[in-house]
Design a binder for this molecule. Structure first.
Ligand SMILES: C[S@@+](CC[C@H](N)C(=O)[O-])C[C@H]1O[C@@H](n2cnc3c(N)ncnc32)[C@H](O)[C@@H]1O
Length: 428
Protein backbone atom coordinates (compact mmCIF):
# COMPACT_ATOMS: atom_id res chain seq x y z
CA UNK A 1 0.00 0.00 0.00
CA UNK A 2 1.37 3.44 -0.92
CA UNK A 3 0.05 6.90 -0.20
CA UNK A 4 0.70 9.55 -2.84
CA UNK A 5 -0.73 12.79 -4.18
CA UNK A 6 -3.89 12.30 -6.28
CA UNK A 7 -3.52 12.87 -10.01
CA UNK A 8 -5.76 15.16 -12.07
CA UNK A 9 -7.12 12.34 -14.24
CA UNK A 10 -8.15 10.21 -11.26
CA UNK A 11 -11.47 11.82 -10.27
CA UNK A 12 -13.60 8.88 -11.36
CA UNK A 13 -11.24 6.21 -9.96
CA UNK A 14 -11.09 7.98 -6.59
CA UNK A 15 -14.84 8.43 -6.41
CA UNK A 16 -15.43 4.66 -6.46
CA UNK A 17 -13.97 3.86 -3.00
CA UNK A 18 -15.59 7.02 -1.61
CA UNK A 19 -19.03 5.93 -2.78
CA UNK A 20 -18.47 2.33 -1.61
CA UNK A 21 -17.33 3.59 1.77
CA UNK A 22 -20.38 5.83 2.21
CA UNK A 23 -22.73 3.05 1.11
CA UNK A 24 -21.15 0.68 3.64
CA UNK A 25 -22.56 2.84 6.44
CA UNK A 26 -26.00 1.46 5.57
CA UNK A 27 -27.57 4.35 3.60
CA UNK A 28 -30.31 3.33 1.20
CA UNK A 29 -30.12 3.61 -2.58
CA UNK A 30 -32.20 6.81 -2.71
CA UNK A 31 -29.88 8.60 -0.28
CA UNK A 32 -26.83 7.35 -2.18
CA UNK A 33 -28.26 8.66 -5.47
CA UNK A 34 -28.88 12.09 -3.92
CA UNK A 35 -25.51 12.37 -2.23
CA UNK A 36 -23.38 10.92 -5.05
CA UNK A 37 -22.75 14.29 -6.79
CA UNK A 38 -21.41 15.76 -3.53
CA UNK A 39 -19.34 12.71 -2.72
CA UNK A 40 -17.66 12.38 -6.11
CA UNK A 41 -14.07 13.58 -6.16
CA UNK A 42 -13.90 16.34 -8.75
CA UNK A 43 -10.94 17.14 -10.96
CA UNK A 44 -11.04 20.71 -9.58
CA UNK A 45 -10.59 19.36 -6.06
CA UNK A 46 -7.58 17.33 -7.15
CA UNK A 47 -6.21 20.24 -9.15
CA UNK A 48 -6.26 22.30 -5.94
CA UNK A 49 -3.47 19.93 -4.94
CA UNK A 50 -4.78 18.93 -1.52
CA UNK A 51 -5.87 15.31 -2.03
CA UNK A 52 -3.93 12.13 -1.26
CA UNK A 53 -4.78 8.61 -2.32
CA UNK A 54 -3.76 5.25 -0.83
CA UNK A 55 -3.23 2.68 -3.58
CA UNK A 56 -2.85 -1.08 -3.19
CA UNK A 57 -0.11 -3.20 -4.79
CA UNK A 58 -1.95 -3.13 -8.12
CA UNK A 59 -2.44 0.62 -8.08
CA UNK A 60 -6.13 0.47 -7.13
CA UNK A 61 -7.33 3.30 -4.87
CA UNK A 62 -8.16 2.05 -1.36
CA UNK A 63 -8.70 5.37 0.40
CA UNK A 64 -8.73 9.13 -0.08
CA UNK A 65 -8.05 12.11 2.13
CA UNK A 66 -8.53 15.73 1.04
CA UNK A 67 -7.96 18.96 2.95
CA UNK A 68 -9.10 22.46 2.05
CA UNK A 69 -6.78 24.80 0.24
CA UNK A 70 -5.77 28.22 1.52
CA UNK A 71 -7.68 29.68 -1.42
CA UNK A 72 -10.89 28.10 -0.11
CA UNK A 73 -10.41 29.14 3.51
CA UNK A 74 -9.00 32.65 3.19
CA UNK A 75 -5.67 33.62 4.68
CA UNK A 76 -6.84 34.05 8.29
CA UNK A 77 -8.82 30.81 8.67
CA UNK A 78 -7.48 27.40 9.60
CA UNK A 79 -7.72 24.60 7.02
CA UNK A 80 -10.36 21.84 7.12
CA UNK A 81 -10.47 18.10 6.63
CA UNK A 82 -12.75 17.90 3.60
CA UNK A 83 -13.00 14.17 3.15
CA UNK A 84 -11.51 10.97 4.50
CA UNK A 85 -12.87 7.74 3.05
CA UNK A 86 -11.54 4.19 3.17
CA UNK A 87 -12.81 1.46 0.87
CA UNK A 88 -14.85 -1.04 2.95
CA UNK A 89 -12.42 -3.80 1.97
CA UNK A 90 -9.65 -1.93 3.79
CA UNK A 91 -11.60 -0.66 6.78
CA UNK A 92 -10.28 -1.73 10.17
CA UNK A 93 -6.73 -1.92 8.83
CA UNK A 94 -5.58 1.48 10.10
CA UNK A 95 -5.66 3.02 6.67
CA UNK A 96 -7.81 6.00 7.72
CA UNK A 97 -5.33 6.88 10.42
CA UNK A 98 -2.45 6.39 7.99
CA UNK A 99 -4.09 8.78 5.52
CA UNK A 100 -4.60 11.37 8.28
CA UNK A 101 -0.97 11.12 9.35
CA UNK A 102 0.26 11.28 5.76
CA UNK A 103 -1.92 14.34 5.09
CA UNK A 104 -0.44 15.99 8.19
CA UNK A 105 3.04 15.23 6.91
CA UNK A 106 2.28 16.55 3.45
CA UNK A 107 0.89 19.76 4.88
CA UNK A 108 3.84 20.31 7.20
CA UNK A 109 6.35 19.55 4.50
CA UNK A 110 4.62 21.92 2.08
CA UNK A 111 4.01 19.05 -0.36
CA UNK A 112 0.40 19.99 -1.02
CA UNK A 113 -0.32 22.33 -3.92
CA UNK A 114 1.17 25.80 -3.75
CA UNK A 115 -2.18 27.27 -2.76
CA UNK A 116 -2.26 25.25 0.45
CA UNK A 117 -0.82 26.56 3.67
CA UNK A 118 1.12 24.33 6.05
CA UNK A 119 -1.48 24.52 8.85
CA UNK A 120 -2.97 21.19 9.80
CA UNK A 121 -5.16 19.18 12.11
CA UNK A 122 -5.29 20.00 15.80
CA UNK A 123 -6.96 16.67 16.45
CA UNK A 124 -8.29 13.96 14.16
CA UNK A 125 -12.04 13.47 14.30
CA UNK A 126 -13.01 10.93 16.97
CA UNK A 127 -14.29 8.29 14.61
CA UNK A 128 -11.68 9.09 11.97
CA UNK A 129 -14.37 9.66 9.36
CA UNK A 130 -15.25 12.66 7.24
CA UNK A 131 -18.31 13.22 9.44
CA UNK A 132 -16.19 14.85 12.12
CA UNK A 133 -14.37 17.91 10.89
CA UNK A 134 -10.90 18.28 12.36
CA UNK A 135 -9.86 21.82 13.26
CA UNK A 136 -6.58 22.66 11.62
CA UNK A 137 -3.57 24.25 13.22
CA UNK A 138 0.09 24.46 12.36
CA UNK A 139 2.27 21.50 13.34
CA UNK A 140 -0.46 19.36 14.90
CA UNK A 141 0.41 15.93 13.50
CA UNK A 142 3.61 13.87 13.34
CA UNK A 143 5.45 14.60 10.13
CA UNK A 144 5.52 12.08 7.32
CA UNK A 145 7.24 14.22 4.78
CA UNK A 146 7.77 12.01 1.77
CA UNK A 147 5.90 12.42 -1.45
CA UNK A 148 4.83 8.76 -1.16
CA UNK A 149 4.58 6.45 1.84
CA UNK A 150 4.65 2.64 1.99
CA UNK A 151 2.41 0.78 4.41
CA UNK A 152 2.97 -2.75 5.58
CA UNK A 153 2.05 -5.19 8.32
CA UNK A 154 4.94 -6.23 10.49
CA UNK A 155 4.40 -9.98 11.01
CA UNK A 156 7.02 -9.93 13.74
CA UNK A 157 4.99 -7.57 15.88
CA UNK A 158 1.70 -9.35 16.53
CA UNK A 159 0.96 -7.07 19.48
CA UNK A 160 0.68 -4.13 17.12
CA UNK A 161 -1.69 -6.15 14.92
CA UNK A 162 -2.38 -4.54 11.58
CA UNK A 163 -2.42 -0.98 12.87
CA UNK A 164 -0.57 1.39 10.59
CA UNK A 165 2.41 2.88 12.32
CA UNK A 166 4.98 5.50 11.48
CA UNK A 167 8.50 4.08 11.22
CA UNK A 168 11.25 6.55 10.45
CA UNK A 169 8.96 8.61 8.26
CA UNK A 170 7.30 5.65 6.53
CA UNK A 171 3.93 4.10 7.19
CA UNK A 172 3.85 0.32 7.19
CA UNK A 173 0.80 -1.93 7.03
CA UNK A 174 0.77 -4.78 4.49
CA UNK A 175 3.95 -6.14 3.06
CA UNK A 176 5.96 -9.23 2.25
CA UNK A 177 7.72 -10.67 5.24
CA UNK A 178 11.17 -12.15 4.65
CA UNK A 179 11.25 -14.23 7.84
CA UNK A 180 7.91 -15.86 7.08
CA UNK A 181 8.87 -16.46 3.46
CA UNK A 182 12.18 -18.11 4.37
CA UNK A 183 10.53 -20.61 6.73
CA UNK A 184 10.37 -22.91 3.69
CA UNK A 185 13.52 -21.68 2.01
CA UNK A 186 14.71 -25.02 0.61
CA UNK A 187 11.35 -25.83 -0.96
CA UNK A 188 10.91 -22.33 -2.34
CA UNK A 189 14.44 -22.14 -3.77
CA UNK A 190 14.24 -25.50 -5.53
CA UNK A 191 12.22 -24.15 -8.50
CA UNK A 192 14.69 -21.25 -8.77
CA UNK A 193 17.49 -23.83 -9.12
CA UNK A 194 15.47 -25.79 -11.70
CA UNK A 195 14.75 -22.60 -13.63
CA UNK A 196 18.40 -21.56 -13.64
CA UNK A 197 19.40 -25.02 -14.84
CA UNK A 198 17.22 -24.37 -17.91
CA UNK A 199 18.94 -21.07 -18.81
CA UNK A 200 21.19 -21.81 -21.82
CA UNK A 201 23.70 -18.96 -21.29
CA UNK A 202 27.39 -19.78 -20.85
CA UNK A 203 28.21 -16.26 -19.68
CA UNK A 204 26.40 -13.05 -18.86
CA UNK A 205 27.51 -9.46 -18.25
CA UNK A 206 24.32 -8.20 -16.70
CA UNK A 207 21.71 -10.14 -14.74
CA UNK A 208 18.61 -8.77 -13.01
CA UNK A 209 16.72 -10.86 -10.44
CA UNK A 210 13.15 -9.57 -10.74
CA UNK A 211 11.21 -9.95 -7.48
CA UNK A 212 14.43 -11.02 -5.76
CA UNK A 213 12.72 -11.43 -2.38
CA UNK A 214 15.17 -12.10 0.47
CA UNK A 215 18.01 -12.82 -1.99
CA UNK A 216 17.74 -16.63 -2.13
CA UNK A 217 17.36 -16.63 -5.93
CA UNK A 218 19.91 -13.78 -6.30
CA UNK A 219 22.46 -15.91 -4.48
CA UNK A 220 22.12 -18.66 -7.11
CA UNK A 221 22.55 -16.11 -9.91
CA UNK A 222 25.61 -14.51 -8.32
CA UNK A 223 27.23 -17.94 -7.94
CA UNK A 224 26.51 -19.07 -11.51
CA UNK A 225 27.45 -15.75 -13.16
CA UNK A 226 30.34 -14.74 -10.95
CA UNK A 227 31.68 -12.18 -13.46
CA UNK A 228 28.33 -10.54 -14.17
CA UNK A 229 26.85 -7.43 -12.67
CA UNK A 230 23.95 -8.96 -10.73
CA UNK A 231 21.18 -6.69 -9.49
CA UNK A 232 18.22 -7.70 -7.34
CA UNK A 233 14.96 -5.79 -7.76
CA UNK A 234 11.93 -5.88 -5.47
CA UNK A 235 9.25 -3.53 -4.19
CA UNK A 236 9.11 -4.87 -0.62
CA UNK A 237 11.41 -3.07 1.84
CA UNK A 238 11.49 -6.01 4.28
CA UNK A 239 12.57 -8.40 1.53
CA UNK A 240 15.22 -5.98 0.27
CA UNK A 241 16.62 -5.48 3.77
CA UNK A 242 16.98 -9.27 4.16
CA UNK A 243 18.57 -9.55 0.69
CA UNK A 244 21.11 -6.83 1.47
CA UNK A 245 22.07 -8.56 4.73
CA UNK A 246 22.48 -11.86 2.89
CA UNK A 247 24.49 -10.53 -0.07
CA UNK A 248 26.23 -7.28 0.96
CA UNK A 249 28.24 -7.06 -2.27
CA UNK A 250 25.21 -7.26 -4.57
CA UNK A 251 23.21 -4.17 -5.58
CA UNK A 252 19.51 -4.27 -4.66
CA UNK A 253 17.03 -1.71 -5.90
CA UNK A 254 13.51 -0.91 -4.75
CA UNK A 255 11.26 -0.68 -7.79
CA UNK A 256 7.84 -1.74 -8.98
CA UNK A 257 8.24 -4.23 -11.78
CA UNK A 258 5.02 -3.01 -13.35
CA UNK A 259 6.71 0.29 -14.22
CA UNK A 260 10.41 -0.65 -14.18
CA UNK A 261 12.48 -0.25 -17.32
CA UNK A 262 16.09 -1.45 -17.66
CA UNK A 263 18.49 1.37 -18.45
CA UNK A 264 20.58 -0.80 -20.82
CA UNK A 265 20.01 -4.17 -22.53
CA UNK A 266 20.22 -7.07 -20.06
CA UNK A 267 21.66 -10.57 -20.67
CA UNK A 268 19.42 -12.38 -18.20
CA UNK A 269 16.12 -11.33 -16.68
CA UNK A 270 15.31 -13.91 -14.02
CA UNK A 271 11.83 -13.90 -12.48
CA UNK A 272 11.28 -16.71 -10.00
CA UNK A 273 7.83 -16.71 -8.35
CA UNK A 274 7.00 -13.07 -8.99
CA UNK A 275 5.22 -12.48 -12.31
CA UNK A 276 2.05 -14.26 -11.12
CA UNK A 277 1.45 -11.15 -8.98
CA UNK A 278 1.51 -8.83 -11.99
CA UNK A 279 -1.44 -8.28 -14.34
CA UNK A 280 -1.62 -8.34 -18.14
CA UNK A 281 1.08 -10.84 -19.11
CA UNK A 282 0.26 -10.30 -22.79
CA UNK A 283 1.81 -6.83 -22.44
CA UNK A 284 4.31 -7.57 -19.67
CA UNK A 285 6.26 -10.45 -21.23
CA UNK A 286 6.95 -8.76 -24.60
CA UNK A 287 8.00 -5.64 -22.66
CA UNK A 288 10.52 -7.72 -20.69
CA UNK A 289 11.81 -9.43 -23.85
CA UNK A 290 12.30 -5.94 -25.30
CA UNK A 291 14.79 -5.21 -22.49
CA UNK A 292 17.02 -8.17 -23.42
CA UNK A 293 20.30 -7.88 -25.32
CA UNK A 294 20.38 -10.02 -28.50
CA UNK A 295 20.98 -13.61 -27.33
CA UNK A 296 19.77 -12.65 -23.84
CA UNK A 297 17.26 -14.77 -21.91
CA UNK A 298 14.07 -14.22 -19.99
CA UNK A 299 13.60 -16.96 -17.37
CA UNK A 300 10.26 -17.14 -15.57
CA UNK A 301 8.76 -19.52 -13.03
CA UNK A 302 5.24 -19.05 -11.69
CA UNK A 303 3.07 -21.13 -9.37
CA UNK A 304 0.21 -22.63 -11.39
CA UNK A 305 -1.75 -23.64 -8.32
CA UNK A 306 -5.03 -21.72 -8.38
CA UNK A 307 -6.98 -24.99 -8.71
CA UNK A 308 -5.07 -26.75 -5.92
CA UNK A 309 -6.95 -27.29 -2.61
CA UNK A 310 -4.80 -24.58 -0.97
CA UNK A 311 -6.22 -21.92 -3.28
CA UNK A 312 -9.72 -23.31 -3.74
CA UNK A 313 -10.01 -23.25 0.07
CA UNK A 314 -8.85 -19.61 0.20
CA UNK A 315 -11.61 -18.58 -2.17
CA UNK A 316 -14.21 -20.71 -0.38
CA UNK A 317 -13.22 -19.35 3.04
CA UNK A 318 -13.35 -15.77 1.73
CA UNK A 319 -16.80 -16.41 0.28
CA UNK A 320 -18.31 -18.05 3.36
CA UNK A 321 -17.44 -16.00 6.45
CA UNK A 322 -18.67 -12.70 7.88
CA UNK A 323 -16.16 -10.97 5.58
CA UNK A 324 -17.80 -12.42 2.43
CA UNK A 325 -19.44 -9.13 1.35
CA UNK A 326 -16.12 -7.32 1.62
CA UNK A 327 -14.33 -9.85 -0.57
CA UNK A 328 -17.24 -9.83 -3.02
CA UNK A 329 -17.03 -6.01 -3.25
CA UNK A 330 -13.31 -6.08 -3.72
CA UNK A 331 -12.02 -9.44 -5.03
CA UNK A 332 -8.43 -10.23 -4.14
CA UNK A 333 -7.96 -13.39 -6.21
CA UNK A 334 -4.80 -13.60 -8.30
CA UNK A 335 -5.40 -13.50 -12.06
CA UNK A 336 -5.23 -16.85 -13.87
CA UNK A 337 -2.16 -17.50 -16.01
CA UNK A 338 -2.90 -17.32 -19.75
CA UNK A 339 -1.72 -20.95 -20.38
CA UNK A 340 1.18 -22.70 -22.06
CA UNK A 341 -0.02 -22.28 -25.67
CA UNK A 342 -0.79 -18.59 -25.13
CA UNK A 343 2.68 -17.96 -23.70
CA UNK A 344 4.27 -19.81 -26.61
CA UNK A 345 2.30 -17.84 -29.22
CA UNK A 346 3.19 -14.61 -27.45
CA UNK A 347 6.92 -15.23 -27.23
CA UNK A 348 7.75 -17.32 -30.32
CA UNK A 349 7.56 -14.37 -32.76
CA UNK A 350 9.95 -12.36 -30.56
CA UNK A 351 12.45 -15.06 -29.58
CA UNK A 352 14.74 -17.53 -31.31
CA UNK A 353 13.97 -20.21 -28.72
CA UNK A 354 11.06 -20.71 -26.33
CA UNK A 355 11.08 -23.53 -23.80
CA UNK A 356 8.01 -24.01 -21.58
CA UNK A 357 7.44 -26.79 -19.08
CA UNK A 358 5.33 -27.66 -16.08
CA UNK A 359 6.70 -29.36 -12.98
CA UNK A 360 4.53 -30.66 -10.18
CA UNK A 361 6.40 -30.70 -6.87
CA UNK A 362 5.11 -32.72 -3.94
CA UNK A 363 6.45 -31.24 -0.74
CA UNK A 364 6.29 -33.50 2.30
CA UNK A 365 5.35 -31.20 5.19
CA UNK A 366 4.84 -31.87 8.89
CA UNK A 367 1.07 -31.38 8.78
CA UNK A 368 -1.77 -29.16 7.61
CA UNK A 369 -0.55 -26.38 9.95
CA UNK A 370 2.66 -26.26 7.92
CA UNK A 371 0.67 -25.78 4.71
CA UNK A 372 -1.10 -22.82 6.34
CA UNK A 373 2.26 -21.37 7.39
CA UNK A 374 3.57 -21.83 3.84
CA UNK A 375 0.72 -19.96 2.15
CA UNK A 376 0.61 -17.28 4.86
CA UNK A 377 3.95 -16.12 3.43
CA UNK A 378 2.58 -15.92 -0.13
CA UNK A 379 -0.86 -16.74 -1.52
CA UNK A 380 -2.88 -15.98 1.63
CA UNK A 381 -1.46 -12.47 2.03
CA UNK A 382 -4.13 -10.68 -0.05
CA UNK A 383 -6.87 -12.50 1.89
CA UNK A 384 -5.46 -11.68 5.32
CA UNK A 385 -4.52 -8.08 4.56
CA UNK A 386 -8.05 -6.59 4.69
CA UNK A 387 -8.96 -8.41 7.93
CA UNK A 388 -8.47 -7.23 11.49
CA UNK A 389 -6.68 -9.40 14.02
CA UNK A 390 -9.80 -11.24 15.24
CA UNK A 391 -11.12 -11.84 11.75
CA UNK A 392 -7.73 -13.01 10.69
CA UNK A 393 -7.62 -15.69 13.38
CA UNK A 394 -11.17 -16.78 12.45
CA UNK A 395 -10.28 -16.87 8.76
CA UNK A 396 -7.18 -18.99 9.42
CA UNK A 397 -9.14 -21.44 11.60
CA UNK A 398 -11.86 -21.85 8.95
CA UNK A 399 -9.24 -22.15 6.22
CA UNK A 400 -7.28 -24.80 8.11
CA UNK A 401 -10.52 -26.75 8.66
CA UNK A 402 -11.09 -26.89 4.89
CA UNK A 403 -7.48 -27.94 4.27
CA UNK A 404 -7.84 -30.83 6.73
CA UNK A 405 -10.53 -32.31 4.48
CA UNK A 406 -8.27 -32.03 1.42
CA UNK A 407 -4.85 -33.09 2.76
CA UNK A 408 -5.00 -36.41 4.59
CA UNK A 409 -1.94 -37.75 6.45
CA UNK A 410 0.39 -40.11 4.57
CA UNK A 411 1.77 -43.33 6.06
CA UNK A 412 4.39 -41.42 8.06
CA UNK A 413 1.88 -38.84 9.33
CA UNK A 414 3.10 -36.10 6.99
CA UNK A 415 1.03 -34.35 4.31
CA UNK A 416 1.96 -33.89 0.65
CA UNK A 417 1.59 -30.36 -0.67
CA UNK A 418 1.07 -30.77 -4.42
CA UNK A 419 2.48 -27.70 -6.13
CA UNK A 420 2.39 -27.27 -9.95
CA UNK A 421 4.72 -24.59 -11.33
CA UNK A 422 5.05 -23.25 -14.87
CA UNK A 423 8.51 -22.54 -16.29
CA UNK A 424 9.38 -20.39 -19.32
CA UNK A 425 12.84 -19.76 -20.75
CA UNK A 426 12.86 -17.55 -23.84
CA UNK A 427 16.05 -16.53 -25.68
CA UNK A 428 15.91 -13.39 -27.78
C1 LIG B 1 7.49 -15.27 -3.86
S1 LIG B 1 8.71 -14.03 -3.69
C2 LIG B 1 10.03 -14.66 -4.71
C3 LIG B 1 11.37 -14.42 -4.09
C4 LIG B 1 12.54 -15.05 -4.82
N1 LIG B 1 12.65 -14.59 -6.19
C5 LIG B 1 12.53 -16.57 -4.82
O1 LIG B 1 12.94 -17.14 -5.82
O2 LIG B 1 12.16 -17.20 -3.84
C6 LIG B 1 8.02 -12.78 -4.71
C7 LIG B 1 8.72 -11.45 -4.56
O3 LIG B 1 8.22 -10.59 -5.60
C8 LIG B 1 8.10 -9.29 -5.06
N2 LIG B 1 7.14 -8.54 -5.88
C9 LIG B 1 5.81 -8.78 -6.00
N3 LIG B 1 5.27 -7.86 -6.83
C10 LIG B 1 6.29 -7.06 -7.24
C11 LIG B 1 6.35 -5.93 -8.09
N4 LIG B 1 5.26 -5.44 -8.69
N5 LIG B 1 7.56 -5.33 -8.29
C12 LIG B 1 8.66 -5.81 -7.67
N6 LIG B 1 8.66 -6.88 -6.85
C13 LIG B 1 7.48 -7.48 -6.64
C14 LIG B 1 7.65 -9.50 -3.64
O4 LIG B 1 7.96 -8.38 -2.86
C15 LIG B 1 8.44 -10.74 -3.25
O5 LIG B 1 9.65 -10.41 -2.64
Amino acid sequence: MRIRAARASEGRALSAPVLRSKASWGYDAAFMRLSAPVLRVSEEEIAAGCALVAVDAEGRPAGVVAVSSAAEEGEAALGRLKRLFVDPAWQGAGLGRALMVAAGGFAQAGLFGARHRSDFFAAPSRNGSARGRGALRRGGVAACCRSTASISTDERAPASGRRAKVQSGRLRMTDWNARLYLRFEDERTRPARDLLAGVPLATARSVVDLGCGPGNSTELLAARFADAQVVGLDNAPDMLAAARRRLPSVAFVEADLAAWQAEAPVDLLFANAVLQWLPDHRALLPRLVGMLAPGGALAVQMPDNLDEPTHVAMRETAGAGPWAARFAARPVDRARLPGIEAYYDLLAPLCRRVDIWLTVYNHALEGVGAIVEWVKGTGLRPYLAPLDEGERAAFLAAYEGRLRQAYGPRADGRVLLRFPRLFIVAVR
